[in-house]
Design a protein around this ligand. Structure first.
Ligand code: PMP
Length: 438
């Protein structure tokens, strides 16, 4: 496609000399001619090194719930930076933030951390310590960060790696993960009550936790079937298993109280990151009193030099204040619904079979099939090549979802009605142009 303009290309070439593949995270690598170098973001837009503007539907993979450099957040971050950033002591901002999270998410206690990976990593240790058991269930296509234990059969998996639905493989997503670690994880297809019940009934004595994304934030936003999350809750209660809801993508995005509020299920442990800080590094684990108070000095390890740094905490406090006082989610949902409906209408008009999935604040779609996805295997039936062709054409025309259809479209509060209208116009033209070429 060659998305890079001349200045972007030169900078990217420079980057490849000092960073493997010119990026600091593989998910940012779109190949040698399409990996961008971004110099600025404001509201719903980002600009590359050539000054080309994109309406941004990646939002840093989800965090930027209000908009890039949102003034109410940027100001608090600047003030914090002027007063020292880490002290190796508790700060008043951390207390306020924990109180806010408790109020919004109806949890009993909170511990902060820095990233989604650290949040899920800590939550798994806490669950193991609480139950005295070592194995856990996770679901195919669910991604929980870069820690080795959880890096099996995520949304990066190819169909051939997953084995049969009746006896799925736990496929490691990287070289360098010790083989024996696979013994600790039991992977199952999502939304399959029978398989889940069968596994838990047979193996509960070994199970510390069931870890899951409440909707598939790394696989086109596939939703849980009605009652499925309640079934997880029921099984965890019945067998003393810790229910870990990974809300790194859904938290403070699909409702002020996240997926727990939206789907009406309270987990034992919940992980938050992304939207919590509107793009600043801050994350949290939260949950029920008994499980959280098990994080006891000398017994269950929990720490990190940068935890509670005043930049992340100021950003989170400012972000949650806006969420609590303004119709952020409502506005995002309205715009997102218009986009979802508009995209469906255009795809239908161009006679392209499709299924839209997810919620307005984070949705996706599958092409080449009208079979609704309920798990990751279903999603992989879609036409990923066609999706990528359309997504790349969108980027070329200044509208940027991820090129990979597994990554949802994310919306921010700064996205206007006019931006949505422009997006749909561009979408129409991009589909027309890709259809003409195929
Ligand atoms: N959990 C989920 C559901 C995620 O989507 C992600 C990141 N995309 C993570 C955990 C890991 O978060 P981080 O990249 O901040 O480590």
């Amino acid at each position: 496609m060659n998305l890079q303009g001349p200045k972007t290309k030169a900078l990217y070439q420079q980057a490849t000399k000092v960073m493997p593949y010119g990026v600091n995270s593989h998910f940012r690598y779109w190949g040698p001619d399409d990996t961008l170098v971004i110099t600025r973001g404001q509201g719903a837009y980002i600009w590359d090194a050539d000054g080309k503007r994109y309406i941004d539907y990646r939002l840093g993979f989800g965090p930027v719930i209000l908009g890039h450099s949102y003034p109410a957040v940027a100001q608090k971050v600047q003030e914090a930076a002027a007063n020292g950033t880490i002290f190796a002591w508790t700060t008043p901002g951390e207390i306020t933030l924990a109180e806010r999270i408790i109020r919004m998410c109806k949890v009993d206690k909170v511990r902060l951390t820095n990233t989604g990976t650290e949040a899920t990593m800590h939550s798994l240790r806490v669950a193991r310590a609480f139950t005295g058991r070592e194995k856990f269930i996770k679901f195919e296509g669910h991604y929980h960060g870069m820690a080795d234990y959880l890096n099996f059969s995520t949304a990066s998996a190819e169909k051939g790696q997953l084995g049969s639905r009746r006896s799925p493989h736990s496929a490691p997503m990287s070289s360098g993960i010790p083989r024996q670690i696979a013994d600790y994880v039991i992977t199952l297809p999502f939304n399959d009550v029978e398989r889940l019940e069968e596994t838990v009934h047979a193996r509960w004595g070994e199970l510390a936790a069931i870890v899951f994304e409440p909707m598939m934030g790394n696989a086109a936003g596939i939703l849980p079937k009605p009652g499925y999350l309640q079934k997880i809750r029921e099984l965890c209660d019945q067998y003393g298993i810790v229910m870990i809801m990974d809300e790194v993508k859904t938290g403070f995005r699909i409702a002020n109280g996240g997926a727990q509020e939206y789907f009406g299920v309270q987990a034992d442990l919940v992980t938050y990151a992304k939207a919590l800080g509107n793009g600043h590094p801050v994350a949290a684990i939260a949950g029920k009193e008994a499980v959280m108070m098990n994080i006891k000095p000398g017994e269950v390890a929990y720490g990190g030099t940068y935890i509670g740094n005043s930049i992340g905490v100021a950003a989170a406090n400012a972000t949650l204040e806006v969420l609590e006082n303004e119709p952020v989610i409502e506005t995002i949902n309205r715009r997102g619904q218009t986009l979802m409906d508009g995209i469906a209408e255009i795809l239908t008009r161009f006679d392209l079979p499709h299924v839209i999935s997810g919620l307005p604040g984070m949705f996706g779609f599958k092409l080449g099939s009208t079979h609704e996805s309920t798990d990751f295997r279903d999603y992989l039936d879609g036409d990923a090549e066609l999706y990528e062709a359309i997504a790349m054409e969108l980027s070329r025309r200044g509208v940027q979802p991820d090129s990979d259809g597994r990554e949802p479209w994310f919306l921010c509060y700064s996205l206007s009605e006019a931006d949505v209208a422009e997006t749909l116009n561009v979408f129409n033209d991009a589909v027309a142009s890709v259809k003409a070429m195929h």
